[in-house]
Design a protein around this ligand. Structure first.
Ligand SMILES: C[S@@+](CC[C@H](N)C(=O)[O-])C[C@H]1O[C@@H](n2cnc3c(N)ncnc32)[C@H](O)[C@@H]1O
Length: 204
């Protein structure tokens, strides 16, 4: 991890992924989570205030030390116990079938091998367990996709490895998930190449 990614990107994410609009999305995505929950790419814990009371505990997987530090006050204030339990979504240190649900928000863009991470999430979910997600990714219009391809190299450098154009629905089904709900829309106010969202629930 370079210094920029280590020291600056987590602060930017902590600020810009905490708008009123994004908080409303987080509330929807976290609704229905229950039992033992895995969150990959936990970041600065911006989902913590949205965990429903039915969540027994959260195993947070996050490589960034600064992200975890920024999460401190949210974790401390949380009624749901949160334990940092791993550093890499691509290789999860848990038994197969050990979680009731999983959560991933704005993370599959950044994990280097998203296919491997999804295979791991599916492995550690119990049969019938659900992955709740919101991710940005590949846009439907050719014109926007061309911009995503053009902007990708610079975006990856300044945004901690974030890809703009991953086909989130295809990655999920390719990993063996069944899409139970999928809503696609552009985030209001975001430039289109950065703001095409995939929000929903995928089931093992
Ligand atoms: C754009 S941030 C989103 C953070 C958080 N999920 C949120 O919604 O605010 C992407 C996160 O993915 C994390 N990440 C990067 N590589 C990862 C990996 N291999 N496994 C798990 N998380 C990773 C980053 O450290 C960062 O916290």
């Amino acid at each position: 991890m370079g210094l920029w990614t280590e020291r600056v990107v987590p602060r930017i994410a902590n600020r810009f992924l905490d708008t009123r609009q994004v908080r409303a999305v987080r509330e929807r995505v976290c609704a229905g989570l229950a039992g033992d929950v895995l969150e990959i790419g936990f970041g600065s814990g911006l989902n913590v205030p949205h965990y429903p009371p039915a969540v027994r505990g959260v195993a947070a997987v996050e490589p960034s030390e600064l992200g975890w530090r920024l999460a401190g006050p949210r974790v401390t204030a949380s009624e749901v116990p949160v334990v940092r339990s791993g550093l890499d979504g691509q290789s999860l240190p848990f038994e197969s079938g050990s979680f009731d649900a999983a959560l991933s928000t704005f993370t599959l863009c950044t994990i280097p091998d998203a296919t491997q991470a999804l295979a791991e999430v599916r492995r550690v979910l119990r049969p019938g367990g659900a992955l709740h997600f919101v991710e940005h990714g590949r846009a439907p219009e050719e014109r926007v996709r061309r911009w995503q391809a053009r902007l990708n190299p610079v975006n990856r450098r300044i945004a901690g490895g974030c890809h703009l154009d991953r086909p989130i629905d295809e990655l999920l089904t390719g990993a063996g998930f069944v899409l139970e709900r999928l809503d696609n829309f552009y985030a209001k106010g975001d430039p289109k190449p950065f703001g095409y969202l995939y929000e929903g629930v995928a089931r093992r």
